[in-house]
Design a binder for this molecule. Structure first.
Ligand code: SF4
Length: 336
């Protein structure tokens, strides 16, 4: 059980009635589902490795920064390819991408040259206005004080004596005149294979649709020109990681639809995951190990594998204090 003076940011006691309130984003929820021991170290003890961040995190940050620049310029009608390339190259070095030069993923994207080519191709492909899709908002946060409620009645389920809210941020919101939905960028590695198959049952994608539906009904639907949109959609912009001259193979934009049944079933699953987090925090349950993913945690070895393979608690503490530190910028749902 965690000390009440040392609670992570994602949980608080409601000042009005003393009920626990959890503010969980997709990363926390999926981490708790994937391996409870990792969730505990990452989000309760707030550990982070002193070494380099993983390739997916570094490359994902790079693409995120690029796309934010691209769509902000598009919304303001000020897009210039030269400026976007200059910005992208500056970010490449700022995020220290050359440090990954020996990684297979770095080689797969064609290194720096492949990155610059892909950047140019993206603008060439999407500047042609291939559909009626327009960005209408960037960086929409939800969290404390901007809640997307998942469970408000703490007496409803015996196993979930808390309130639960979804936290997060939608980077891009798009409108095609009929639908309003978030847009997410994903990479895929095999041309010709339908990339959406890997995301149809991905919890994060459904969570975005759930949040968009709530935010639209409570905020956007009252804005003139935005009445009557359907919000059961997520737009996915796929980019083939390898170099590919054919733009129709390199890029695919695929909508993903969710039914009311899927959204409600998703909500109930998040309550179930939150109940497990609640047990870990307050009911003395020991976090499970999921040994199936120690050497394949999103295609990489879990950073805690060298810790959890050790035979004594003392050895574990030694490695944890030598190779890990407490994150300075701890996750904060108020900043989401
Ligand atoms: S090494 Fe395995 S058990 Fe330990 S935190 Fe990572 S995935 Fe979980």
């Amino acid at each position: 059980m965690i000390s009440l003076s040392n609670l992570p940011n994602f949980i608080q006691k409601a000042p009005t009635d003393g009920v626990w309130e959890l503010y969980l984003d997709h990363s926390i929820l999926s981490s708790a589902r994937m391996c409870e021991a990792r969730f505990w170290l990452d989000y309760v003890e707030a550990k982070e490795s002193k070494g380099m961040i993983s390739w997916p995190l570094a490359y994902g940050s790079l693409i995120h920064e690029q796309m934010e620049h691209y769509y902000k310029a598009q919304m303001e009608g000020k897009f210039e390819l030269r400026k976007w390339l200059e910005f992208s190259v500056a970010k490449w070095y700022e995020l220290r991408m050359p440090a990954y030069k020996d990684y297979p993923q770095f080689k797969s994207i064609g290194g720096f040259e492949g990155f610059v080519t892909s950047t140019t191709q993206y603008a060439e492909y999407y500047n042609r206005s291939i559909d009626n899709l327009k960005p209408i908002a960037l960086e929409i946060p939800f969290g404390k004080a901007k809640e997307v409620p998942l469970l408000e009645d703490h007496t409803l389920y015996r196993y979930a004596p808390f309130r639960l809210y979804l936290s997060g941020r939608m980077d891009f919101i798009f409108d095609n005149g009929r639908n309003i939905g978030p847009l997410d960028h994903k990479s895929f590695s095999i041309a010709g294979k339908n990339p959406v198959l890997g995301y149809e049952v991905q919890e994060g994608m459904t969570g975005y649709v759930y949040a968009m539906d709530y935010i639209y009904k409570n905020h956007f639907a009252i804005i003139p020109g935005m009445f009557g949109r359907s919000t059961n959609i997520l737009f996915l912009n796929f980019m083939l990681t390898k170099t590919e001259p054919d733009l129709n193979k390199k890029f695919q934009r695929i909508p993903l639809y969710k039914t009311p049944y899927q959204l409600e079933a998703w909500r109930m699953r998040q309550i179930s995951t939150a109940a497990k987090i609640y047990q870990l925090l307050f009911e003395d349950r020991v976090p499970d190990f999921n040994a199936h993913v120690c050497t394949n945690y999103f295609h990489s070895t879990c950073p805690y594998q060298p810790v959890h393979r050790l035979g004594t608690e003392q050895d574990m503490f030694t490695i944890l204090s030598k190779d890990f530190q407490v994150r300075q910028n701890q996750w904060n749902p108020e900043a989401e």
